[in-house]
Design a protein around this ligand. Sequence first.
Ligand code: ADP
Ligand code: MG
Length: 258
Amino acid sequence: MENIISAKNIYKFYGEYDGKFEALKDINLDIKRGEFIGIMGPSGSGKSTLINILSTLDNHTKGNLFINGQDISKINNKELSDFRMKNIGFIFQNHNLLDTLTNRDNILTPLIIAEKGRDESNRIVVELAKKLGIEELLDKYPSECSGGQRRRVAIARALSNKPNIIVADEPTDSLDVKMAMEVIETLKRLNIEDGMTVILVTHDQLIGSYCDRVVLVKDGKLENEIVREYKNGEEQIEFYRKVVNLTSKNIEDLLGVI
Ligand code: ADP
Ligand code: MG
């Protein structure tokens, strides 16, 4: 399968004069079209920095980033923002819905920015609402919805421009288990049914077990990765155990367990 995103020797430095901080060090990562990849690791390890760079929201300091085989350093800002608008749907940690707009208008916002016609936009909203089971919520305000419902509205908004990549930074953070499962199962369905590439940051092992592959970030480096062996019939529960193993190594390190 072809790579949709390819990071080669990526570094990210924060700060210039009073002490440079290396947030990412020599990251090499290929993400295949249609893949569901998880990025895990302790707090402060560089997960958000990495996902922001992979999705072109932030600039890297050194190295090369290729999207659809094209080196993004050779693309101007206008082309890059067009690319983002057409290809990537973002789901942020704090869902970022506007409280003064109804859910319908929140979902419509990216379509208005993209200057889609009113009829087509309304059709897209209804179609997405059906897919995400939020038809009854369209005329409510975000503040009238539960946490899980708001995340689903945020997913609908992220999908309204029909992206082929979904980038989600801790989309289930601060949700209870049931709501978190609703969100992750929605993302999994979009991945399987529509072939969307999903790049997900999470520190939740159960959420990680929905991925095809999980990479572990530690101190700004890609430390390790595990892949779900669908070919060998590996069940999600077995992959979950691998995720637990992978991420608990960190805890053991922190506790000084050998
Ligand atoms: P994570 O998402 O894994 O919790 P982040 O990518 O947010 O980690 O941060 C990685 C490291 O980079 C942290 O030590 C954080 O303090 C630092 N960092 C993140 N953003 C900035 C910034 N804008 N300026 C300086 N340091 C930053
Ligand atoms: Mg983060």
